[in-house]
Design a binder for this molecule. Structure first.
Ligand SMILES: *Cc1c(COP(=O)(O)O)cnc(C)c1O
Length: 383
């Protein structure tokens, strides 16, 4: 039987009983660029840290285990992970992508991938007929669920059936729920992406990215690419991720509890027009997310009535920080129009539902009474 997810956040079965680190409970930081060879033609298994480093390797095994993958790759940022993954494609390849994606992913696809000759079709994957968009040169489907920031939920199993039928790679950016709540590989995806900067690191203190797969052919290509292109995660940052992941479950549960309270509270405010949180029974993706995930996460997007009110909220918050990013211990509020999604063309933003009245909240693990008190104080300044 599989060990539980909280245990897998802390223990790696294959290193149990190993004593060569003096029994150190904290995994050592191998701060080294290179490794001495025991003899000609011999290796300790490590030759140069761009290829691999023991601290990074330990982290990769933990993350592979959390996502039920056979291999994982730790990179310097989430964007470095997506960039490396896209080296699998070649000019002329077509990719069907969710339209409402993290703004940085859209920027990468529009300004770098297209220059490299990749073609894209952007769809709302929770509503559109994905199969109708498949062309002879289609190679992959790229989704986020829930999406950033509009929280649309798409059915991973259903999309994986389309991908399998047409021999396409299904790539899921699982940043918003983390492996604690959702495991796309178990639902038929081939590759999972994470911004490790968010829930996995969890403390708003370091950047990281992951690619996880259960396909040996993909894993072999990615090992070659990480060695060749060189964006592997540094040893110290790998250690910060190992440390962050130890409390993934505790943080996700607490942040989710806070999010449910704040989503319900926001729904009762007169200046709030819409709340997008999949934990609300009124959310259109509520039943699908219940079927494919173990939780709803801690990201809430909401629309207020006017842009003035949206900006006033950002001016007035104190304990809740007006900052981009998400998934950390501290609650953050973001303005997608000028922050995370500023580089997305205005007409695309509006089509996806991101308006100047849209705010995105990432709930942290503070006492929920204090978060409500902060929001009550901020909302009293709106007139
Ligand atoms: C933040 C984010 C990324 C990019 O990750 P970085 O670590 O900031 O490079 C990718 N996808 C999603 C869903 C994100 O939220």
């Amino acid at each position: 039987m599989d060990r539980g997810i909280n245990t897998r956040c802390l223990h790696l079965e294959e290193t149990e009983g190993k004593t060569d680190n003096y029994g150190s409970l904290s995994f050592p930081i191998y701060q080294t660029a290179t490794y001495a060879h025991p003899g000609v033609g011999r290796s300790t298994g490590y030759d140069y840290s761009r290829l691999q480093n023991p601290t990074r390797a330990h982290l990769e095994k933990i993350v592979a285990g959390l996502e039920y993958g056979t291999d994982a790759f730790a990179l310097s940022t989430g964007m470095a992970a997506i960039t490396l993954l896209f080296e699998l494609f070649k000019p002329g390849d077509h990719i069907i992508s969710e339209a409402d994606l993290y703004g940085g992913s859209i920027r990468l696809f529009e300004h770098v991938s297209k220059k490299n000759g990749y073609e894209f079709t952007f769809l709302n994957c929770s509503e559109s007929d994905i199969e109708a968009a498949v062309k002879p040169n289609t190679k992959a489907i790229y989704i986020e669920t829930p999406t950033n920031p509009m929280m649309n939920v798409s059915d991973i199993t259903h999309i994986s059936e389309i991908a399998k039928k047409h021999d396409l790679l299904l790539i899921v950016d699982n940043t918003f729920l983390s492996p604690y709540f959702q495991n796309p590989l178990k639902l038929g995806a081939d590759v999972v992406i994470h911004s490790g900067t968010k829930f996995l690191g969890g403390h708003n203190d370091t950047l990281a990215g992951f690619i996880v797969t259960n396909r040996d052919d993909i894993s072999e290509k990615l090992r070659f690419l990480i060695k060749t292109t060189g964006a592997g995660l540094a040893a110290f940052d790998s250690w910060l991720l190992i440390r962050g992941i130890k409390t993934l479950g505790l943080r996700m549960e607490k942040a989710q509890k806070n999010a449910q309270v704040l989503a319900e509270w926001l729904g009762k405010q007169k200046y709030v027009k819409e709340v997008f949180y999949p934990g609300l029974p009124t959310h259109p993706g509520h039943e699908i997310i219940k079927k494919q995930a173990r939780g709803f996460g801690s990201m809430i997007t909401f629309n207020v009535d006017t842009q003035e009110h949206a900006l006033k909220i950002l001016e007035e918050v104190r304990m809740i920080k007006y900052a981009e990013s998400l998934g950390g211990t501290e609650t953050l509020i973001t303005y997608p129009t000028t922050q995370t999604h500023a580089d997305v063309p205005e007409e695309v933003r509006l089509k996806n539902g991101i308006t100047p009245c849209t705010l995105r909240l990432s709930t942290g693990i503070e006492d929920v009474e204090d978060l409500v008190a902060e929001l009550e104080r901020v909302f009293l300044t709106l007139i």
